[in-house]
Design a protein around this ligand. Structure first.
Ligand code: SAM
Length: 310
């Protein structure tokens, strides 16, 4: 069979006999099978997502004078299309060919031609040329990296793709709440699509395995690394980002006490004040937009930071 035919096949997700033992970065290419990708827009529901996140990202980018954006986790193209329509110059990268082809179709159906690049983050600058004012990595994508080595290399690639004062916008689920409170609490985590549920099926310090159930009875899984919030911030700081602002939940339709998502905005611009007196990660102030401190355990989450493996 030619590789073209295999690309068009509907394969099932394969996790073997012990799905919770599958903990490696390359797995994402097998997880985003064609059937799941075709369901993805049901999961994220463009209209509701649009309404729920509002102009947050557009304002973040415009207020910093950003013109060129690299969307490294394009998925089906939601943010790329939004940003193109808002007047930004966007390059859309992703490691999944299924996602990219869907993104291209989605762009075309909205009258846009996406400039897509098939690229894995770990060697991003091999395939993506030029420097960007902003790199965006959204939709809880960074969680797909399973080793600290891959996370550091990826952040270094993002850093390198930026101009000298560029910004990285990266979001993540509030895994601290899931890890610390457990999922036996019956807390359910919903994406924007009302007819789709996304629930943790297994969680430990090294794995968050989620099940995505659709109203036609189909179900898919993702095995992800449960990033603690301050751990992500620490890695960004250590790779060289100078300031990191973390925003609390804004984009989910479902809320309980804790935000479901955090958005980190990390700036590369050299800050002499930080060079003289570097703050500890847990001293980095959270922004005004973040919900009240007692609801956002950002400032004291260094406990439980995974061991640095050599
Ligand atoms: N940003 C989109 C959204 O919010 O709908 C997609 C999010 S989806 C959870 C994660 C995306 O990251 C997928 O499209 C996947 O292919 C991509 N991805 C995961 N790991 C990657 C890697 N190592 N290199 C490139 N892309 C990767």
């Amino acid at each position: 069979m030619s590789s073209d035919q295999s690309f068009l096949q509907y394969k099932s997700q394969e996790y073997g006999d012990e799905p919770t033992s599958v903990r490696h970065t390359d797995q994402y290419t097998d997880e985003y099978v064609r059937g799941f990708v075709e369901k993805w827009d049901e999961l994220i529901d463009w209209d509701q997502r649009w309404a729920s996140e509002g102009d947050f990202f557009i304002e973040q980018l415009r207020s910093r004078g950003v013109k060129r954006v690299l969307d490294v986790a394009t998925g089906t193209g939601f943010h790329s299309v939004r940003l193109i329509e808002a007047g930004f110059n966007v390059v859309s990268a992703d490691g999944s060919p299924y996602m990219l082809s869907r993104a291209f179709e989605n762009g075309r159906s909205r009258g846009q031609v996406l400039r897509t690049v098939h690229a894995d983050w770990r060697w991003l600058n091999r395939d993506v040329y030029g420097r960007f004012d902003a790199v965006i990595c959204l939709g809880n994508s960074f969680t797909h990296l399973f080793s600290e080595h891959d996370r550091r290399k990826t952040l270094a690639e993002f850093y390198s793709a930026l101009v000298h004062d560029g910004i990285l916008i990266l979001d993540q689920r509030n895994y601290d709440a899931i890890l610390d409170n457990g999922f036996s609490s019956k807390h359910k985590y919903y994406y924007c699509g009302e007819k789709v549920s996304a629930e943790p099926e297994h969680v430990d310090e090294g794995l968050a395995r989620f099940q995505y159930q659709f109203d036609d009875g189909s179900a898919y899984h993702l095995n992800m690394f449960p990033l603690r919030t301050n751990y992500t911030r620490r890695l960004m700081r250590e790779v060289g980002f100078q300031s990191i602002q973390t925003y609390g939940d804004f984009q989910e339709t479902y809320h309980e006490d804790d935000p479901d998502f955090f958005v980190h905005v990390a700036s590369k611009k050299y800050d002499p004040a930080i060079a003289e007196d570097p703050p500890e990660v847990d001293e980095v102030p959270v922004t005004d937009e973040t919900p009240p401190a007692e609801k956002v355990p950002v400032a004291n989450q260094l406990n439980g930071v995974p061991e640095v493996k050599s």
